[in-house]
Ligand binder design. Structure first.
Ligand SMILES: [Zn+2]
Length: 383
């Protein structure tokens, strides 16, 4: 399957295009901006621009030549896409290097098969020394197809000295200091502050912003075949990030994580509208401790999607449900609690606040107990 087109970032693309065609594109760049806005996709787009054999008049890649088609299928031999990976078990550094390259290959194969593939690792991914060595090796050989090699290094902030790989960052730094003349390095990061200052000082920063809601909606409608109303309502909670929207997509037998989040959020909604405080407390206790902080936050995100669906049901437009197909549950909640759309809107805001608190250091259980009590006030009208 081919990569989907780039959505948005028109200004950045125009600037990069004219820098490249004017011969002023630096050898090392850092594309930075919020998570999920398409930084790596933008880096791959730039790679395609670099490789394209017959660029269009405005400098854009033709999309038809061999090079273009290889890039779009993630099969270009001179395009090397790196991303943090979990550390495989290996007895020797050499074995580790091999295994890391194998897992990168497997991950790339998954991305080729499904450009929207969301990696799920059981261990924390990072850049280990073996990967940087692989990268160095690819950088030192001549290009296979064209005249240049392009390296996309995603989540570059993971390239920090750490217990597991104290030398990786320094080895990478060496490459940045003296990249081979035929090599372009494109780093991406949603947390550029966490990059080593020595790395930051060697790359041209390119800042990208959140997408417009309409751009996310256009992506969802065209690439995921969502109905305009559904695409709009999902785009509205995506915070201008396609990656975020993808993670929130209703799954049809898809990833277990999303399914679990939706179930968790469902129980939260039921608990929030429950009569007894004890039920709410039980829900908070049962759900809060599970999973990492990130998972807690996505659980809250899922809850706000349930609420959006509740809102359309409460406003008498159940056909606009986007996230869940459980109209029956939403109907019964809407009826029993005599829910008003305004009440749901304040509940959604409350969930957003809870997510902000969760990003801080507040105890998840406290957040939930408070949230569920507040949601009840918002949602349930006294008979
Ligand atoms: Zn081309």
């Amino acid at each position: 399957m081919a990569l989907p087109p780039v959505y948005g970032h028109d200004d950045v693309r125009r600037k990069l295009r004219s820098a490249l065609r004017g011969g002023n594109l630096p050898q090392s760049l850092l594309i930075h901006g919020p998570a999920g806005v398409g930084k790596e996709r933008l880096a791959l787009w730039l790679a395609q621009l670099i490789f394209c054999d017959s660029p269009l008049e405005d400098g854009e890649a033709c999309g038809r030549c061999h090079a273009c088609r290889f890039v779009e299928r993630l099969e270009h031999p001179d395009l090397h896409w790196f991303f943090p990976l979990p550390r495989p078990d290996a007895a020797t550094p050499e074995k580790l290097r091999e295994k890391l390259e194998e897992s990168r290959g497997a991950e790339l194969a998954a991305r080729r098969a499904d450009p929207f593939h969301i990696p799920a690792f059981d261990k924390a991914p990072a850049y280990f020394m073996g990967m940087v060595q692989n990268l160095q090796r690819f950088a030192s050989v001549r290009p296979a197809m064209g005249t240049r090699k392009v390296f996309v290094v995603g989540d570059a902030e993971a390239m920090v000295p750490q217990e597991s790989s104290p030398e990786a960052a320094n080895a990478f730094l060496k490459l940045l200091e003296e990249p081979p003349a035929d090599t372009t390095l494109i780093l991406t990061s949603s947390n550029p502050g966490a990059l080593l200052p020595t790395i930051r000082s060697r790359v041209l920063p390119v800042r990208v912003l959140r997408l417009a809601q309409a751009e996310v909606a256009a992506f969802l409608a065209k690439e995921k075949g969502m109905k305009p109303a559904e695409a709009e309502s999902l785009a509205a909670v995506s915070e201008g990030a396609i990656g975020r929207a993808l993670r929130l997509l209703p799954t049809s037998g898809g990833s277990g994580v999303l399914q679990r989040q939706r179930e968790t959020a469902r129980s939260l909604l039921v608990a929030a509208t429950a009569q007894s405080a004890a039920d709410r407390l039980a829900a908070a206790n049962g759900i809060a401790p599970a999973g990492a902080r990130g998972e807690f936050t996505s659980g809250l995100q899922a809850l706000s999607l349930w609420l959006r669906d509740l809102m359309v049901v409460a406003s008498g437009a159940p056909e606009q449900i986007a996230y869940t197909d459980d109209v029956a549950l939403l109907n019964s909640i809407a009826k029993k609690a005599r829910v008003r759309p305004e009440g749901v809107a304040s509940a959604i805001l409350r969930v957003q606040e809870a997510m902000e608190m969760a990003a801080g250091n507040v105890n998840p259980q406290l957040i939930l107990t408070d949230l569920l009590r507040g949601m009840r006030e918002d949602l349930v009208r006294a008979a």
